[in-house]
Design a protein around this ligand. Structure first.
Ligand code: ASP
Length: 617
């Protein structure tokens, strides 16, 4: 093992890396090159911890042994780049460092050469303590020198390598698709690039290679994959930025089971090889229908590492006489509740805070009931409920003594999702996830094909516009009026289920995909329901529609977010921690200084003029 490394990593500047010398090397003449991690000057003796990506080696520079080396080392400071030659020696007994892989030895310097000097860095490189993020992003090359983040980039590289290996082994062909394309809608705004040679015409940067990978299926590549860079002009969040990387794949002649089966085996294998110490909670991955995920967890990306499930209280509150419940049910809405363990003693300000949060998530209000240590139920709404009803409600919510029951009455989905957000937050706050190492993958399937867009009076695709429909639901792709372009919220189309599959990991959506529509007639019908008249379809999706006239195989695929995946595998809360050069939350590259103004001549060449900016307030 060590020998292999010596062969591959030795260069004109070094014989070894700073992480590999061991007692067996004592007596050898070696040369190391790296950065000054720490320096202690004891006069005659100077100690330098020399660092490279592979580790640290203690260098001892003794003025009596090597006066020239001592002279050269006396002016160096942290982060200088040195080349040190000398002899490996075992450390004196009692001075070994058990925490370092090289802690048994030291390098007695015979020569020290300064390859590069360094200013004092804006934050210490030799300290794991976190500096302010803007400073870390401005000096990202220094941040990346630090061990923790450097290690995450290595895990990322290992994941990419494992992905490439497993896909090639399973007969996938890696195809790169262009960055300058025509818009492929994935529900976000496009970044656009004006053409110089065709003034007035504009490319879109890919939100995903969706159409191209489907065209590759028509071209006969029955298994395609790509580590694809995607750009979506949307506001950043912890799990989302303007630029990201996804594992994109597509397969032909497959059922949904074939796609999910391959992806599950691939994800399991890659996880085990990249983070062998982290247990996968369940294989095969659990599967939840969208309806089950919403009704049990209030989310289409549930974290099932803890219970605290939602309960449908529709029956138990029916006819309770409490207006909020009654009117929700009369108008076709739902009443759901959830028992929060041990929070029965919550103070007024705690319940007020939860109510505020529920309102921010879109609820009109939040009802709470406390179960005392002896089981007595108290609630601000108790006086509106008849004898014994409060007790029935807390029982139906699955609460026991000492719990707090939270109830939301609202439209279907809204009620559950509000509780789902509270569940996610309280699950964290109360530390309900007992094993932080566990990786809980699960599938969510049977999503609705469409969601009603009240502003535009049309059916929008819930995922991507090419998603297929369950064969038995195909006849539902219609409107009550019969005219597909004149839709209404009660159309049969609202009940159609998509052949969509999302992969969830620890409460984050890792990715999603589907079996696609591969028939021209059906795709045209689905696009009409989505509000695209035939001419508009031709302008937007002409290539795919044409291609489907030339023999399209049944096909489907998925895309998984690489940044999210690495963040979860390395226990990070923000994807910026696993991207080498991320943008800030407002889309700036603080290191390169992008985005930035361009020369007027460059704009003129593109036939562009900037509108005057509104005065800043
Ligand atoms: N194109 C989809 C996305 O980027 C994934 C897919 O359906 O394969 O989310």
């Amino acid at each position: 093992m060590t020998d292999d490394r010596r062969i591959t990593l030795a260069t004109a500047y070094r014989t070894h890396t700073a992480g590999e010398l061991r007692p067996a090397d004592a007596g050898s003449e070696v040369t190391l090159a790296g950065w000054v991690h720490r320096r202690r000057d004891l006069g005659q003796l100077i100690f330098i911890d020399l660092r490279d990506r592979h580790g640290l080696t203690q260098v001892v520079i003794d003025a009596t042994e090597s006066p020239a080396a001592h002279e050269a080392a006396s002016g160096v400071r942290n982060e200088f780049v040195l080349r040190v030659a000398g002899k490996v020696a075992n450390r004196r007994e009692g001075t070994e460092n058990e925490k370092l892989s090289t802690g048994q030895i030291e390098l007695r310097a015979e020569s020290v050469e300064v390859l590069s000097t360094a200013e004092t860095p804006p934050f210490p490189i030799n300290d794991a303590k976190d500096a302010e993020e803007p400073l870390r992003l401005k000096y990202r090359y220094l941040d990346l020198r630090r061990e923790q983040i450097n290690r995450r980039m290595v895990v990322r590289s290992q994941l990419l390598r494992a992905l490439s290996e497993v896909h090639h082994r399973h007969g996938f062909v890696e195809v790169e698709t262009p960055l300058l394309i025509k818009s492929t809608p994935e529900g976000a705004r496009d970044f656009i690039v004006p053409s110089r040679v065709q003034p007035g015409n504009i490319y879109a940067l890919p939100q995903s290679p969706q159409q191209l990978k489907q065209l590759l299926m028509v071209a006969g590549f029955d298994r395609y994959f790509q580590i694809a860079h995607c750009m979506r002009d949307e506001d950043s969040r912890a799990d989302r930025g303007p630029e990201f990387t996804q594992l994109d794949l597509e397969m032909s002649f497959v059922s949904q089971e074939d796609v999910m089966g391959f992806v599950e085996a691939m994800v399991t294998e890659v996880t085990r090889s990249v983070v062998p110490d982290r247990p996968i909670r369940a294989t095969p991955f659990p599967r939840l229908s969208y309806r089950e995920a919403i009704d049990r967890y209030g989310s289409d990306k549930p974290d099932v590492r803890f219970a605290m499930e939602l309960h449908d209280l529709g029956e138990v509150v029916a006819g309770s006489g409490f207006g909020v419940f009654d009117s929700a049910i009369e108008s076709g809405g739902r009443v759901f509740g959830m028992a929060v363990p041990g929070m029965g003693g919550a103070s007024r300000s705690q319940t007020d805070e939860l109510t505020e949060k529920a309102k921010r998530s879109g609820a009109k209000g939040l009802v709470h009931m406390s179960v005392g240590p002896e089981g007595a139920v108290t609630s601000p709404i108790a006086k509106f409920l008849g004898e014994g009803r409060a007790e029935q409600i807390v029982e139906a919510a699955g609460a026991s003594a000492g719990d707090l029951v939270l109830i939301v009455a609202d439209a279907d989905i809204v009620a559950q999702e509000v509780l789902g957000e509270l569940r996610a937050e309280l699950g964290q706050r109360l530390g309900l996830v007992t094993d932080q190492d566990e990786l809980s993958y699960l599938w969510v399937h049977s999503f609705p094909m469409y969601k009603w867009d009240a502003d535009n009076k049309r059916w929008d695709a819930t995922h991507n516009p090419f998603s297929g429909v369950y064969p038995e639901d195909e006849e539902l792709l219609t409107t009550s009026s019969g005219d597909l372009l004149s839709a209404s919220p009660t159309d049969p189309a609202g009940r159609a289920r998509a052949l969509q599959h999302d992969l969830v990991l620890n409460g984050w959506e890792l990715g999603g995909g589907s079996i696609r529509i591969h028939r021209h007639d059906l795709l045209e019908r689905s696009f009409l329901l989505q509000g695209h008249p035939v001419e508009a379809q031709r302008a937007k999706f002409g290539a795919v529609l044409d291609a489907f006239e030339y023999g399209a195989p049944p096909h489907g695929g998925i895309a998984l977010g690489i940044d999210r995946w690495i963040a979860l595998l390395t226990s990070q809360l923000n994807i910026r921690e696993v991207q080498a050069f991320p943008k800030t939350g407002t889309g700036s590259d603080l290191m390169l200084g992008a985005p930035s103004p361009v020369e007027p001549a460059q704009l003129a060449e593109l036939g562009l003029q900037l509108a005057p900016r509104p005065p800043s307030r």
